[in-house]
Design a protein around this ligand. Structure first.
Ligand SMILES: Cc1cc2nc3c(=O)[nH]c(=O)nc-3n(C[C@H](O)[C@H](O)[C@H](O)COP(=O)(O)O)c2cc1C
Length: 216
């Protein structure tokens, strides 16, 4: 039986649905830029924020997310800014009735950007204690596409082992490691490099992406 929850009717086959989770690693700007780009491409975004992500968003981006998830889409639309908050769907981390919590709902792509070592470890161990971990677990078991952007330095053997475990399960590890061959002049250029790599991996066409040999 297909998912009968509150968003069941919006998961139409003709729509492109992606789960985007932000966790408490540094680099919240990557997640926001990715969100803006995917929204501009017409994607339905299922947004998840860990408690630590909220702290990092405040520290690094001066963005304080509203406590209640129903108020988050409008706050994001204002902040980014987006033309509207349509196609932004937010859930709290214990909302086990959200579409992303079940394989039968049909959301088959998920990005975690940035991804903390804590969330990385819990996903690698199959711990589904919050909706971010559960959604990732669902994507892995359903053989969907999970892209993780880890951020930490230096990386310990524990971190590397968890990344290897996930990579061997087919998870795509795209670390927050922008290249410099396109001569970035700003933080925006660095973020753009990473965001465009992720969008390439999501198989979404982009006409103006920085490519090898191109300059911003
Ligand atoms: C400003 C700030 C930056 C942080 N940067 C990192 C980081 O780059 N990588 C990381 O793994 N943890 C980082 N942390 C620590 C995580 O937020 C912390 O381990 C948290 O428990 C992760 O929880 P989550 O996985 O539920 O988001 C940072 C915390 C703060 C407040």
């Amino acid at each position: 039986m297909r998912w009968q929850g509150h968003l069941a009717n919006s998961l139409k086959q003709t729509e492109h649905h992606i789960t985007l989770a932000m966790t408490g690693a540094s680099g919240a700007g990557y997640g926001l830029k990715l969100m803006r780009q995917l929204h501009a491409q017409g994607v339905h975004l299922h947004l998840l924020f860990s408690d630590a992500a909220r702290i990092v968003l405040r520290e690094e981006c001066s963005l304080t997310l509203p406590e209640h998830v129903t108020a988050i889409p409008a706050a994001l639309a204002d902040f980014l800014p987006l033309a509207s908050c349509e196609r932004l769907h937010c859930y709290n981390l214990k909302d086990w009735f959200s579409p992303t919590a079940s394989g039968s709902s049909g959301v088959r792509q998920m990005v975690i950007a940035p991804c903390s070592m804590g969330t990385l470890a819990r996903i690698a161990q199959g711990i589904s204690d919050n909706l971010i971990e559960r959604s990732a677990d669902v994507i892995i078991k359903e053989k969907g596409q999970l892209i993780i952007m880890p951020r930490e330095t230096p990386l310990s053997a524990i971190h590397l082992q968890h990344m290897l475990t996930l990579a061997q399960l087919g998870v795509e590890i795209i670390p927050a490691m922008p290249g410099f061959y396109h001569r970035p002049a700003s933080i925006d250029d660095l973020q753009r490099f990473m965001v465009e790599r992720i969008i390439d991996h999501l198989h979404i066409p982009q006409s103006n992406a920085l490519r090898w040999g191109s300059k911003p």
